[in-house]
Design a binder for this molecule. Structure first.
Ligand code: GAP
Length: 440
């Protein structure tokens, strides 16, 4: 099996309209990407899959959608203003900037090759800063949020007061986050604008370790359900040097990306740090009163924090395969049908004698149940290959027999197996196949 390289993924993404470089016609903007027609559908499908698993499938997790802009005090309280930084060095000769912990400071500059040319490491805050309102002074400073989690913490009291939630319960949120990342190589892996899918689970102090183990298990099971190869995932526990000063424990789910094992998602025991900080900085108690015992406490938080855009890259890398079929190369994306951007392609075998019209009608019928795509151009083998390359799990062909007896050919992407099905049974057959889908 041919190796999956980042170059192959980038090239497929551009060729088939998954992901483009931002502002490409102006030379591109580093660390920013645009999602094309297939990319946005894939991203939305992963987002919806997560949302359903984390909210609908739990009776005690509710959602919110907080604004990206928040009072600057939020970021002072959370520690991001003073601590959210990377140590950076500049090359005095070529002016390139590097993360001090990612290069050998005794070696020559990786860009210009000069020696002894680095400045002393300086802390560089990763938050994007702007100003709100007409005045541009310190009082109008505003930050683009670097994580969605704080939007959840500052709404903790609102949610408790307005919903019927009782501890233990969770608040989930999906949205954009921004970090002024200097090292943005590896495509969308680390970008300046990205999306996160975060859930903060509020628990009674003392119950945090049990819930931490529970959420670790749930989050790994999520990727199994999403059809990801489980031997490409592993746990990495944060060592002393990686653990945030307030965190009691933290594990990353790592995925084997083309550049090696890298973080995909974090599960963190954040203790009562965030709610305590917001109590201190806002002067408003962020505690909880047990409705039965009347006991008051600041809850502990178990956080599950996944990158949505990083999940898109993971899904692409995991799904990508080049196969040899009858002496031909076939590039295929083995997406789970639930996240595939196109679920069903409708391909008339011939255009004439009303077969194309029948196929167009069938495509319209199937639209309310599946994301569909109609294609009548080119040899059928080429049309199948085009669908394999974007990960379409089911292709339907119509022919003269369809006119005679209403049956169509249903072709499965992974096995390339073809079965004859009556068109009235298609919805049921496809839904059943998706439910029973097993990754090859
Ligand atoms: N609220 C906790 C938090 O933000 P994090 O480990 O900094 O924790 C969580 O980020 C996840 O967000 C990461 O595991 C990763 O998937 C994603 N992420 C973080 N920075 C990113 C970036 N610059 N580009 C893309 N995804 C990023």
């Amino acid at each position: 099996m041919a190796e999956v390289t980042m170059d192959k993924i980038v090239s497929l993404c551009k060729r088939r309209g998954f992901i483009f470089q931002s502002s490409e016609i102006y030379g591109g903007l580093n660390g920013a990407y645009d999602y094309g027609p297939l990319g946005v559908q894939l991203k939305n499908n992963i987002r919806d899959f997560w949302w359903k698993e984390m909210t609908q499938m739990h009776d005690n997790i509710v959602g919110i959608d907080a604004s990206i802009l928040m009072a600057s005090k939020v970021w002072e309280a959370s520690g991001h203003v003073s601590n959210f930084s990377d140590p950076m060095v500049d090359c005095k000769e070529c002016k390139s900037r590097f993360r001090a912990d990612q290069i050998d400071l005794n070696a020559p500059c990786p860009v210009c090759g000069n020696r002894d040319c680095f400045t002393e490491p300086r802390n560089f805050n990763l938050m994007f800063e702007s100003h709100i309102g007409a005045n541009r002074d310190a009082s109008s400073t505003i930050y683009l949020r670097p994580e969605t989690a704080q939007g959840i913490y500052v709404n903790f009291k609102n949610v408790v007061a307005s919903s019927r939630v009782k501890i233990p319960f969770g608040i989930a949120q999906i949205g954009k986050s921004f970090r002024n990342e200097i090292t943005t190589k590896n495509f969308i892996f680390r970008s300046c604008e990205f999306e996160q899918m975060e859930m903060q689970y509020f628990v009674k102090p003392g119950a945090d370790e049990e819930w931490f183990d529970f959420w670790k298990e749930q989050r790994m099971a999520f990727y199994d359900k999403m059809g990801i190869k489980m031997d490409s995932l592993r746990w990495h526990q944060h060592g002393e040097d990686e653990l945030a000063f307030y965190a009691k424990d933290a594990y990353d789910i790592q995925f084997l990306f083309p550049m090696g094992w890298q973080e995909l998602e974090g599960v963190h025991n954040r203790t009562d740090y965030d709610l305590s900080q917001h109590t201190k900085f806002s002067g408003k108690k962020q505690d909880y009163q047990d409705p039965v015992t009347n006991e008051r406490y600041i809850p502990y938080v178990v956080e599950t924090s996944a990158g949505l855009t990083r999940n898109v890259l993971m899904a692409l890398c995991d799904a990508y395969e080049e196969e040899e079929v009858n002496g031909d190369k076939r590039t295929v994306l083995h997406f789970h049908p639930s996240i595939a951007p196109v679920e069903v392609a409708i391909l008339p075998l011939v255009k004439k004698d009303g077969i194309a019209d029948m196929a167009k009608d069938l495509e319209k019928e199937l639209r309310s149940d599946f994301t569909t795509f109609y294609d009548q151009s080119g040899a059928i083998g080429r049309r199948y290959r085009r669908m394999d390359e974007i990960g379409t799990p089911y292709c339907i062909t119509l022919d003269y027999d369809t006119k005679e007896n209403g049956t169509v050919t249903l072709r499965f992407r992974d096995s390339m197996e073809q079965v004859r099905v009556h068109k009235d049974d298609l919805v049921k057959t496809i839904k059943e196949a998706t439910k029973n889908y097993k990754r090859k």
